[in-house]
Design a protein around this ligand. Structure first.
Ligand code: PLP
Length: 372
């Protein structure tokens, strides 16, 4: 099996598995209990928290662990609406956001929040002018992602922050796909990340909160995480997240160079007749979302079962719905269905990627001949 679905999830790093093992097999204490074992677990969690914070590199805030980035995004959106001042009842977001943001915003709109979903340009980037026009003293929050999960396009987060802050609105950034890979820079007030996209375990995410921007609690109970997110933390998952973040931080440059080399090798191996979906310049290069006229992407995936790749997001692939992201770029259903996403990274070798791309290209040509 050649794994080319790095945006859906990434393989666990060996160092992460090693760091987690004792916390699964032996060190089972509750990290919130006052026993010595409990304290040791708590100390390990605090080390992990610092490691994730260091990889994020943001100043003047704190980080709370959550069960996923989906939870972090739900919490940030719902909890900020709850806390926002009277008169600030608007949320602005972007058409290409992940469902964890878009569906939560729709849910809030159903409860009286005034929602604006901004379109993107054909290259997938947000146009700042409509944002500037929409921003007023009623906007509580602007939610914009850093790197898109389907097309890898990088949004102008710093510019969004500047405009939003000028209007007195907070910025929530879904940094799930860029974390540890693409520099975020100080600015966003709330940042959501997830461990399993950086070679850590599934089932753990985090919300970084600038001091003073903390959302109201979504989960109530034991008062863990500064009273903001109740629920017993899982030391093994926290330690795994910390180890993955530390590794990503240390290997940031090496990983980036590797991914850029892979991108070039993949584009060469695929040959002509493929169009890259979304900007080629403002892009994380570990995401190659491409289309070919007349291609049936779903058929290609089922023809090549020993290569793991996808149509877009794992959620979009499962539903059979054409991707909302590709539609937002202006692609019609046909063009969206003829698109595939290849995702690669730290543990992908150039040889396996080239081999997979050549087979994909051959099968695409064969499909074309069969359909002619
Ligand atoms: N945001 C983006 C951009 C993602 O790619 C994902 C995962 O697919 C999520 C949010 C949700 O992350 P999690 O799987 O931790 O809930």
């Amino acid at each position: 099996m050649i794994y080319l679905d790095y945006q859906a999830t990434t393989p666990i790093a060996p160092e992460v598995a090693t760091a987690m093992r004792p916390w699964i097999e032996e060190r089972f204490a509750n990290p919130h209990s006052p026993s010595r074992w409990g304290r040791e677990a708590e100390a390990a969690i605090e080390v992990a928290r610092r490691q994730v914070e260091a990889a994020l590199g943001l100043k003047g805030g704190s980080l709370a662990f959550t069960g996923s980035a989906t939870e972090a995004l739900n919490w940030a959106l719902k909890g900020r609406v709850e806390k926002s001042l009277a008169g600030r009842n608007r949320i602005i977001t972007v058409a290409t956001e992940h469902a964890a943001v878009l569906d939560t915003c729709e849910w809030l709109a159903g409860r009286g929040v005034d929602l604006t979903v901004l379109p993107v340009q054909p290259d997938g980037r947000l146009d700042l002018e409509p944002l500037e026009r929409e921003l007023d003293e009623r906007v509580a929050l602007v939610a914009v992602m850093q790197v898109n999960n389907e097309i890898g396009v990088i949004q102008p987060v710093a510019e969004v922050v500047e405009l939003s802050h000028r209007a007195g609105a907070l910025v929530l950034c879904d940094a799930v796909q860029g974390f540890g890979r693409v520099e975020l820079g100080d600015g966003p007030d709330l940042v959501a990340v997830s461990a399993h996209k950086i070679h850590g375990p599934k089932g753990i995410g985090a919300l970084w909160m600038k001091k003073g921007s903390e959302p109201a609690a979504l989960l109530h109970g034991g008062g863990q995480e500064q009273g903001l997110r109740s629920g017993t933390l899982a030391p093994a998952l926290c330690v795994g997240f910390g180890a993955a973040a530390k590794l990503a931080n240390e290997r940031r440059m090496a990983d980036r160079d590797h991914v850029e080399r892979l991108w070039t090798a993949a584009v060469d191996a695929l040959g002509d007749d493929w169009i890259v979906n979304g900007s080629s310049t403002h892009r994380y290069k570990g995401n190659l979302n491409i289309r070919r006229q007349g291609l049936d992407g779903a058929r290609l995936i089922s023809d090549l079962r020993d290569i793991a790749f996808s149509l877009g997001s794992a959620c979009a692939s499962g539903s059979g719905r054409p991707s909302h992201v590709l539609r937002a770029l202006g692609l019609d259903d046909r063009a969206a269905r003829s698109s595939i996403r290849l995702g690669f990274g730290r543990y992908t070798t150039a040889d396996e990627l080239v081999h997979a791309c050549r087979r994909i290209a051959r099968h695409a040509v064969a499909q074309e001949k069969l359909d002619a």
